[in-house]
Write a protein that binds this ligand. Sequence first.
Ligand SMILES: C[S@@+](CC[C@H](N)C(=O)[O-])C[C@H]1O[C@@H](n2cnc3c(N)ncnc32)[C@H](O)[C@@H]1O
Length: 577
Amino acid sequence: MGRRLEEYTHEELIEYIKELKKQTRRRYGLVWEEKIKPEKVVEECETKLPVVKEVEERALGGAEDEPTNIIIEGDNYHALSVLNYTHAGKIDVIYIDPPYNTGNKDFIYNDCYVDKEDTFRHSKWLSFMDKRLRLAKTLLSENGIILISIDDNEQAELKLLCESLFGAENFIGCAPRKTRGSATTKGTAELQTLGDYLLIYAKHKSGLTLQKKIVGEKKYPYSDDRGDYYTVPLQDNGPHGTREARPNLWYPIYVLDDGELTYKEPERFKEKVLPQQHQNKEGRWMWSKKKFDTDKKDLLIKDGRAFIKHYYKEGEDQNIYQYEKLWLDEFQNAKGTKVLNEVLGEKGLFNNPKPVELINYCIGLSRNKSAVVLDFFAGSGTTGQAVMELNKQDGGHRQFILVTNNEAKGKADAGAEGIAEKVTYPRIKTVITGIRPDGTKYSDGIPANLRYFKTDFVEKGKTTDDTREALITECSDMIRIRENAFEHVASAPEYRFYKNDKVFVPIIFDQFAIAETWEKVEEFNTDKLPVHCYNFSYNRHANEEEIPEDTRLEWTACSIPETVLEVYKKIFRKKEV
Ligand SMILES: C[S@@+](CC[C@H](N)C(=O)[O-])C[C@H]1O[C@@H](n2cnc3c(N)ncnc32)[C@H](O)[C@@H]1O
């Protein structure tokens, strides 16, 4: 029970009124209790800066010319902060399946399950999601889309949250998904829910074209002196195709002796054509009289009916498409469990993984077959499997980034028993190698490259320069992820060199050793790849003048760790980090 207003001191009353004023300022939208205990993972960032470190023995490779996929184990608040440095504006598809906040041991906040009796149940979930979605938004590319699985526990709240973050104008749809086939005799609900939803937003909806299914190719069976053509009826056979619904689109078409067409009643005519009956009523045309006047040369009258002629046009897309439906009835949960059990050869390791086909549908909406796909509630790793299988099916080169904590039994990191260690990594490894953890064969494997990272921290120093010095030695893996350059070439105390088949990446730790290190860059960069050089500096200046003028290598230089700190300053909203 709260105190009565009469018991408040003058100062407390003023505070109370100020708070009320703040809360009522927002006239429409979502409000939640913001004075809940902040998350530990967020507070941690006041004294430490998140980084990632590779677990080298988990790397898998062998797929030449293919991108390197990434798993990051740790809290997604930290991993998304790191990705804000490595992948801002570079993610094409985000699919997430966050805890639904059922009150039934699915959502952990500050190392505790949030149960149904928790007064701040929705506020905790919204605050948790708000922080992560804000970080995720800046990762989306210009054509990026985000798809979120959710059920009735938080669907309405999440929709309003997304509306405020992504903008109502970028809402693509909320697709209901059938999760199971039929209602059960168990439980208390007389009406049982058999589904959840997929909420879809674009970074910028205007100008975005989603993938459509190709269901055929246009055919041009007729020809005349203007070229090859096919016909479609001028009559509208849709649900509103009656004269009653659109009276202006009903008119007779008269064919004159010379073949000319008109809707103005002439004295003499060869033939009069009217729309046919539709839904037992008078039908109507698709064209207005104005359109008829300008385009009647494209009309054909045959057997008492009117048709529009579509001529072949050079360069025009000749495919026939069907749009995807926003009603998902083919991706029920049981399929997801069956596949996970088959991959790992063991049952009961994870409840309700999503079906691979559902995530294929999500990824397939993007037209980019080299899309970078992020799932930061990756759980059992279904999104990773979906990306690899879709690439195999359509010859794509998509790359996945999976982020998951290592939770089990209410603990966010449960060591060898946690989900990342026990399910996510073994699953992805099995799909790549085709061999299950127990040594049995699952499949022929799908060649793909993988690097495994864990989140870690750098303690902030007493001064920003101390922080810079501490961060520089720990941010190499962030740079490798940013450049997608994982192959180690050479190391010395003052440098580390990495590369991929397109770029050579020197990280130079000593600002006074840039010129002499450049000699090593020339020596080790045997393929003369373009160089993306990361030079230590106490400020934004990358000391480019130290790079020898006569080098024949193409290069760009970037100052670190300043560029990392700038990203963190924005995220953690502190002047000094
Ligand atoms: C509903 S499951 C996702 C299941 C996944 N779609 C699949 O098919 O396996 C949500 C997952 O998010 C992970 N998770 C929850 N909170 C997290 C956090 N703060 N950071 C990283 N992962 C988290 C949990 O380990 C949980 O497995």
